[in-house]
Design a protein around this ligand. Structure first.
Ligand code: FES
Length: 66
């Protein structure tokens, strides 16, 4: 399954990039694209990538609040 059809980035590769970016303190969609070695084209995947980032950051945010 592709997350980014324009660049042919599959879910497993995008998930790895999201996990890496979420752990590096710069959790932006642009950083995820860069980690994948691609640039946004149509931009339709941005909302999905942001959702993945939000999910990846949630445990860290919950622990910080405790
Ligand atoms: S689907 Fe990712 S840039 Fe178009």
């Amino acid at each position: 399954m592709f997350v980014c059809n324009c660049n042919g980035v599959r879910m497993r590769d995008m998930s790895a990039a999201v996990d890496h970016v979420a752990g590096c303190g710069a959790p932006t969609v642009a950083a995820v694209y860069a980690q994948c070695g691609v640039a946004p084209k149509c931009g339709r995947c941005k909302v999905d990538i942001q959702r993945m980032l939000d999910d990846a950051m949630r445990p860290a945010q919950a622990m910080a609040a405790e």
